[in-house]
Design a protein around this ligand. Sequence first.
Ligand code: ATP
Ligand code: MG
Length: 753
Amino acid sequence: MAAKSKDFLRRIVEEDLASGKYKEIVTRFPPEPNGFPHIGHAKSITINFGIAKDYNGRCHLRMDDTNPTTEDTKYVEALKDAVEWLGFKWDGDVRYTSDYFDKLYAYAIELIKMGKAYVDSLDEETMRKFRGTVTSPGKRSKYAQRSVEENLDLLERMKNGEFEEGAHVLRAKIDMASPNMKMRDPLLYRIRHAHHYRAGDKWAIYPMYDFAHCLSDYIEGITHSFCTLEFENNREIYDWVIDTLGLPPPRPYQYEFARLNINYTVMSKRKLLELVEKKIVNGWDDPRMPTIAGYRRRGYTPESILTFCDQIGIAKANSVVDVSQLEFCIRDDLNPKVPRVMCVVDPLKVTIVNYEGSEEIGAPYYPHDVPKEGSRIMPFSKEIYINREDFSENPPKGYFRLTPDQPVRLKYAYIITCKEVIKDAEGNITEIKAEYHPDSKSGSDTSGIKVKSAIQWVEANSAKKVELRLYDRLFCVQAPQGIEDINPDSLKIVKDALIEPAVITEKPDVRFQFEREGYFFADPVDYSDEMPVFNKIVSLKDSWAKKSKAPEKPKAQKQKTAPKKAQVEGEVAPMSEAEQARYDRYTKALQLKSTVAEMIARDEKLSIFFEEALKAYHAPVNIANIVANEVSREMKQQEKLLFSPQQVAQLVKMIDDETISTKIAKEVFEVMAQSGEDPEAVVASKVLKQISDPAEILPVIDEVIAQNPDNVQKYKEGNQKLFGFFVGQVLKATGGKANPKVVNTLVKQQLEV
Ligand code: ATP
Ligand code: MG
């Protein structure tokens, strides 16, 4: 079972297992095969398959294919690929809602017979009017009075294709005055004269999501039906259908979690399809697409995506994740794993005039991780290529690489000095003539020449020409609205980069770090021996961190001309006026960091909480940190908070006056969040108070000193670094309760004796 701190879905599952409500957990991942799955689906996949795995249950892969006009088997294949690539296995065969069409139809007939469903023949416009508004009840259609026989007859004929699309629909008879608009006699079936990619032409009616989903879950014996928040109001229909049909237990229940949104990214299949159809990208698996196929082709590893999904967690409130977090995950995954090699992106020829013959130079693959073994041979000869930017005729201040006056080391090889710069008629540098220093070879350098850096190089005869596809974020604004926000530099192709021979490989799935350039992956589609193609997976550092602080395109102007668009599912909305105003005040008057400020400003509940806490104790930065982290987490996971803003203020005050350390504060918070007790009471009852009394700390220090005579000896002989060791041991021995300042002073004092 999952040992890590549990999310609210896992807690529900555990309770249900403990209470005996279910003997086995069965979940499902239910995509509609109308597009390639994206990173949001990866979240849903890791939730559904992950929970089944953690609790020894099963997870089904079900194609939710009730819409005949948009679905296609190529999407089914893409969905299967994605699940497998992420390392999960579905239980049994792939399932299809379309396989249940007969059963669903039988349930519809049952509802009609119970007087709980009717064929409505209002035109769309009238139907909409009759639905009422949030503040006024709707009005039931006169057709709701049709007899059971008439309803059965009409439904049969609808199924057989006797009517035009839109002529009739089947509706549940629930409550036209329900405060939940979705419950106002929702549609169960509609007429579609369309060929279904699996069911063929058998059906002229197709079930609606609200009818098909709950029953498919029931038919499959699903226990927990996890879906995203936008289905919250559909839950009532879900339950109504199952209850009204009186289906015997065990029955499934629906639980909602927040969908994943990422900045600089669009994430609805509809929008992604548009990018594909308009040829803004080269297909669904274009490495810039946020699809699983796109990440896969770009060179992301499944591990990095799983780590990302794990890091973002499962919450009950929508939020926007920074895309740099995903980039961080892939970098972090590749950093220890992949070999470092040399690629010269913009080659400049260097002829070493005093070198004859050739030799082989051994170079480690993992220079950053010396104990890790692995190296390759780099051929070396008179002619090499270096990066054009590694030579400067008129170097700016602080330029460490090759210049007419400054030698440089060829990494793992020799130091060279520039002797002559050759130019073409236009004055472009075409070649450098240099001399090498025979006694300067890396590892046995006796030349005494000082260089400021070592540069990349490849040997001319053995180097291989490669194509580099340098990918960057597809959108250049945080909350892209559409094609107008495409980053014009999202793909740069370099045709004549040169790579050292060791990199050429027949193995699929190989990744390298091209030193200084980034992480690269052999393109699984276009790579060939004649023209090796490498995709840039990610740069070595986050190059957007600075850029994103620059003001974005003025949004205000746009909004004047076009009415503000409603937030589309899966996208980041620009801040509303109120949110922006809060944000400005938090960053300017209260000096909060922009990330913290944005997080609080965008969430009304959180900002009210924050401001209440501030009234009780004015320490904006410290309070904001707790609000943005701990409080926000609790708000997402708990129905109701047990603690108040005033209590959080009190907690921060106790940190500030050094009653407790920030570490203890976290523990206190957890207790407070569970019990609603005042932080002072928690501290008193748990003896969590910070220890500042030397009389209490000194014995601990003496003990640590007594137990580490060797280290004491070394410290006294001058190893100052060990000071931290002693302080750490003392803090550990007190469970982090000792006041670090006091410990520092006392440790120094005791070690001097
Ligand atoms: P889109 O709006 O992108 O087309 P969808 O919700 O229509 O997505 P489905 O194929 O119906 O896509 O979704 C399959 C499952 O994946 C559903 O349970 C859905 O809730 C979940 N899902 C879709 N998008 C996200 C997301 N961004 N974050 C988390 N889960 C998601
Ligand atoms: Mg959808």
